[in-house]
Ligand binder design. Structure first.
Ligand code: UD1
Length: 365
């Protein structure tokens, strides 16, 4: 079996790394295509150095741009690659513009397409990610859902049950492995005079939180009210806002450059609380038993809310400050699988019933 994997953004490198290792174990050939959506070394190269990912066979170097321009450029550059490789499967992950471009090109070439992390919904169509995930789900041939709830949503949207596999979540596989290799607080703590268990971690990058400076200012006001130091690895799209809001000057915020995957997991493991608008980090905190405050009004990862591990605070300063110091919940389930997601996805790809009748007939034309 040959699988062509499309990645482009930071969370996709993390998810693809786990499945890639499983592909190698199962003797599956992988062709990795990097769209270039994320291109700063700290947003891309560092993940290829640290995680079990093969070097990309193709780098499309698309870079940043408006949504239409970025997605269109990716599609233009992906099509000849998919036509030439004509793989048995195309794998796309999550909900970024790279996911959308990969899913559209593959399905139009009639290449069997698997969407990993299918069935997530925020029910907020103002989020570019919501549009991307809906389209990817509806053009894919195999939908790997992290849990029964996501599978149920797909069926409710009219997707044939035979196309859906409940596989768990790849990020849970990886965070479990990564946590085992962390045996001391990261050097970063000492550099910033932080002590284990006494600091918060902050990330902000969503369009909804970074497009309007007034929203960002409210978030920062809330963070300043959190009664502990807050370490803030800054995504490139947030840099100018951090400067304009003077975050980190005369306050409890410590702004640092983006971190590698291992540094992020180690930083989280020794923290008291996570404040974030990232989807992936909500799950990572949940897996590591770190309480999370989500800086949004909704989440796709609703199971994290159930026992109080995650709380929605939007951009409301009082809610943010209150939620950050709430007690640690007592119990926690395993709604995203037990760390065997990669194996389950390989099983789903290898099930003859999952393979659609068409096999990329348009590749040669
Ligand atoms: C994208 C995803 C988002 C995901 C996030 C993870 C979409 C629509 N959004 O958001 O779902 O959670 O990745 O990080 O696909 N930039 C750089 N260097 C980089 C990458 C980005 O400077 O390496 C800057 C550019 O100014 C760019 C902006 O960040 O315009 C936004 O980047 P983009 O990839 O479009 O979206 P993300 O915010 O990273």
């Amino acid at each position: 079996m040959r699988v062509l994997t499309v990645v482009g953004a930071r969370p996709q490198f993390i998810k693809a790394a786990v499945l890639s290792a499983e592909f190698r174990r199962a003797g599956i050939e992988e062709i990795l295509v990097h769209t270039g959506q994320h291109y700063d070394p700290s947003m891309s190269d560092v993940f290829f150095e640290e995680l079990p990912l093969p070097a990309p066979a193709y780098r499309l170097d698309v870079g940043s741009g408006a949504h239409g321009e970025q997605t269109g450029e990716m599609m233009k550059r992906l099509e000849p690659v998919m036509k030439c490789e004509c793989p048995d499967w195309v794998a796309v992950y999550g909900d970024t513009n790279s996911t959308l471009a990969g899913a559209l090109v593959a399905s139009k070439l009639r290449l069997p397409t698997v969407h990993v992390e299918a069935g997530l919904r925020s029910f907020n169509r103002e989020m570019p990610e919501e549009i991307n995930r809906i389209v990817a789900d509806h053009v894919a041939d195999l939908l790997c859902a992290p849990n029964a709830g996501a599978a149920e949503r797909l069926r409710a949207e009219g997707i044939e049950p035979a196309k859906i596999a409940v596989t768990g979540d790849l990020m849970i596989d990886l965070v479990q492995i990564a946590a085992k290799s962390v045996n001391a607080p990261p050097a970063l703590l000492q550099r910033h005079a932080l002590s284990p268990g006494n600091y918060a971690v902050l990330t902000i990058h969503r369009a909804g939180n970074t497009e309007d400076p007034a929203v960002f200012e409210r978030l920062i006001e809330g963070i300043r009210r959190v009664a502990m130091p807050v370490i803030f690895p800054v995504h490139p799209r947030t840099r100018a806002l951090v400067k304009a809001a003077k975050a980190g000057f005369d306050d409890n915020i410590i702004a640092v450059d983006p971190l590698s995957y291992r540094e992020t997991i180690a930083l989280l493991m020794f923290s008291k609380v996570l404040l974030t608008d990232s989807g992936g980090m909500q799950k990572e905190a949940f897996a590591l038993r770190i309480p999370c405050v989500t800086l949004r009004d909704e989440t796709e990862w609703i199971e994290t809310l159930e026992d109080g591990w995650n709380v929605l605070a939007g951009a409301d300063p009082a809610r943010i400050a209150r939620a950050a110091i709430r007690p640690v919940p007592a119990k926690r389930g395993a709604p995203y699988g037990n760390g065997d997601c990669a194996r389950r996805i390989v099983d789903a790809l290898s099930t003859p019933a999952a393979v659609p009748g068409r096999r990329g007939e348009l590749c040669a034309s």
